[in-house]
Design a binder for this molecule. Structure first.
Ligand code: NAD
Length: 477
C-alpha cells in the first residue's frame, strides 16, 4: 500500500482525520490509493492560509506568476503519460482520451501563463476638465473552486490557471470520486514554485467541504462545475454571502441531422458526441433530432456503428468506450434505460455488461418524443434519444425546447441551414458538422439557461470572472 495522499494547506501536506479509498471503476480490486477526507476545519485552515498568502502573490511581479504557471504547464507536459494512466484508472476514460485531457491541462497553464503580463487596463478622457479616468482589474482575493469527476484534470486546470494568473489565492475542492488528478496537480504546482498558501487542496465530501467553502465569509467567489441540482444550492449560498459565483452545469444537447446531411459524417459525429467518454460529458449529444426523410438510413447506420464499439479496459489501446464512473452512476443510467422502455421508446443496447467493473453497453432510445423524461433530463451516461422531426424548422424548434443551453450541433450540407441554425440555436456553443462535444481552450466555454450562470470559462474571457473592475478618477490640477 502506498502512502496516503493528503490535503495541501499552507504549503504542507496536512495530516488527515479520515481517509477514503479511490478505486478503479473498470476493476474494483484495483485500489488506486487512499486520499484524505477533510472536514470543515480543513476548509477554515485552507482559507486562512490563502487569505494570508494572497496579498503578496497579487503584489509580486507579474513575471513571478507567469513563471509559476509556465513551469506548471512544463511539468504537466512532461507527466502526460503518467497523468493519463492515473486518469484512465480513476475515471474510466480511454487512455487516448485521458492523455488528451492531461495534455489539455498543460496547454491551459501555458495559455494563462501569458495573462499576468498581458493584463489590460484602459485610460479614458473625463467629461470634467483636468480629470483623468483609468479602468483596471484587480484580483478578488480567495476563490473557491469546486469541480466534478468527469474532467478531473482539465476542469481544475481551467479554473486554477486563470484564478492564479489574476493574483487570487485558491482553495480547490475536487470531486470525491476523482481526487487523484487534483492531488497530482497540487504536487505539480508545489514543484513549480507556487508559494505556500497560494494554492490549497481540500479533498472530501461535497456536502461538507463544498458547503463550508460556499459559507466561508473570507471566500470572495466560487467557481463551480457540476450538476444543476448542486449548482442551484451553491447559487443560493453565494447570494446569501454576497459572493461572486460562476456555475457550469448540465446539458441535454441536441444534434440535428437534416435531409441535406452527409449521413456517414452525421453518424460519426453522433457516435462520438453521444458515446465517447462513456457519454459522461456535459456537452454530450443526448438528443439526436433527425429529419424524417433520412431517419431510417441514419438510424440503421448509427445502430450498426454503436454495436461495433469496443467496450473494455480503458488501458487497452483497442478500447473505444470505458466503464461508467461508479456503481451509483451505472444504477442511475440503468433506471433511465428502463424508463425509456416504459415511456414507449424502442431501446437498443443499454444493458449492464456481464464482466467485473461498472460497464454498460451504449444505448439508443428510438422513437423518442421531446416531451419524454429521457429527452428532458440529463442522464450523463452512454444513452441518446433519437427524435424524428418533420422538417428543418421543426428540428430547430425541438432542439431549442429544453431548459438547458450548453452546446448544440447540426449536420447538414446546406450553408443556409448551417447559418440559420447558428443564429437560432439557444446555446453557448454551436457546432456545424462536428460533435457537440470537443472544444478549444483559447475561446469562451459555457452556455445559457439551466446550463450556466455567471460568465464564461476558458480563453481570455475567463479573466473577467476572476477579477473585479476598478475605475479611478484623478484630478492632476
Ligand atoms: P455534482 O454536482 O454531484 O458534484 C460537483 C462537485 O460539487 C463535486 O466536487 C461535489 O463534491 C461538490 N458538491 C456536492 N454537493 C455539494 C454541496 N452541497 N455544496 C457544495 N459542493 C457540493 O456533479 P458530478 O456528478 O461530479 O459531475 C457531473 C455533472 O457535472 C453533470 O451534471 C455534468 O453535466 C456537469 N458538468 C458540467 C460541465 C460544464 O462545464 N457545463 C462540465 C463537466 C461536467
Amino acid at each position: 500500500m502506498t502512502e496516503p495522499h493528503l490535503n495541501l494547506i499552507a504549503g504542507r501536506w496536512q495530516e488527515a482525520q479520515a481517509l477514503a479509498e479511490n478505486r478503479n471503476p473498470s476493476d474494483p480490486s484495483d485500489l488506486i490509493g487512499l486520499y484524505a477526507r477533510g472536514g470543515a476545519e480543513d476548509v477554515a485552515l485552507a482559507v486562512a492560509a490563502a487569505r494570508a498568502a494572497q496579498p503578496a502573490w497579487a503584489k509580486a511581479s507579474p513575471q513571478l506568476r507567469a513563471d509559476v504557471l509556465r513551469r506548471t504547464g512544463d511539468i504537466l507536459l512532461a507527466r502526460v503519460e503518467e497523468m493519463g494512466r492515473l486518469l484512465a484508472r480513476e475515471e474510466g476514460k480511454t487512455l487516448a482520451e485521458a492523455k488528451g485531457e492531461a495534455l489539455r491541462a498543460a496547454q491551459l497553464f501555458h495559455f494563462y501563463a501569458g495573462e499576468p503580463v498581458r493584463a489590460p487596463g484602459e485610460k479614458h478622457a473625463s467629461i470634467r476638465d483636468g480629470v483623468e479616468v483609468e479602468v483596471t482589474r484587480e484580483p478578488l482575493g480567495v476563490v473557491g473552486l469546486i469541480t466534478p469527476w468527469n474532467f478531473p484534470i482539465a476542469i481544475p486546470a481551467w479554473k486554477t490557471a486563470p484564478a492564479l494568473a489574476a493574483g487570487n489565492a485558491v482553495v480547490l475542492k475536487p470531486a470525491d470520486l476523482t481526487p487523484g488528478c487534483a492531488h497530482l496537480l497540487a504536487e505539480v504546482l508545489t514543484e513549480a514554485g507556487c508559494p505556500p498558501g497560494v494554492f490549497n487542496l481540500v479533498m472530501g465530501r461535497g456536502s461538507e467541504i463544498g458547503a463550508a467553502l460556499v459559507a466561508h465569509p473570507d471566500v470572495a467567489a466560487i467557481s463551480f462545475t457540476g450538476s444543476e441540482r448542486v449548482g442551484r444550492g451553491i447559487a443560493r449560498g453565494c447570494a446569501e454571502g454576497m459572493k461572486k459565483v460562476q456555475l457550469e452545469m448540465g446539458g441535454k444537447n441536441p444534434m440535428v441531422v437534416t435531409a441535406r446531411a452527409d449521413i456517414d459524417l452525421a453518424v460519426g459525429a453522433c457516435l462520438n458526441g453521444a458515446f465517447f467518454s462513456t457519454g459522461q460529458r456535459c456537452t454530450a449529444s443526448s438528443r439526436l433530432i433527425v429529419e424524417e426523410p433520412v431517419l431510417a438510413e441514419f438510424t440503421d447506420k448509427l445502430v450498426a456503428a454503436m454495436k461495433a464499439l469496443r467496450i473494455g479496459d480503458p488501458l487497452d489501446p483497442a478500447t473505444q468506450i470505458g466503464p461508467v464512473v461508479s456503481e451509483a452512476q451505472l444504477s442511475g443510467n440503468l433506471d433511465y434505460v428502463r424508463l425509456a422502455g416504459a415511456e414507449g421508446c424502442e431501446v437498443v443496447g443499454g444493458q449492464r455488461l456481464d464482466r467485473p467493473g461498472s460497464f454498460q453497453a451504449p444505448a439508443l432510445f428510438l422513437g423518442a418524443q421531446n416531451t419524454m423524461r429521457v429527452a428532458r433530463e440529463e442522464i450523463f451516461g452512454p444513452c441518446a434519444a433519437v427524435i424524428a422531426a418533420a422538417d428543418f424548422d421543426a428540428a430547430v424548434a425541438i432542439a431549442n425546447d429544453t431548459e438547458f443551453g450548453l452546446s448544440s450541433g447540426i449536420c447538414t450540407g446546406s450553408l443556409k441551414e448551417a447559418t440559420e441554425f447558428k443564429r437560432r440555436s439557444k446555446v453557448g456553443m454551436v457546432m456545424v458538422n462536428l460533435p457537440t462535444a470537443g472544444v478549444d481552450y483559447h475561446v469562451p466555454f459555457g452556455g445559457r439557461g439551466a446550463s450556466s450562470l455567471g460568465g464564461r470559462e476558458q480563453g481570455r474571457m475567463a479573466m473577467e470572472f476572476y477579477t473585479s473592475v476598478k475605475t479611478a478618477y484623478t484630478f492632476a490640477g
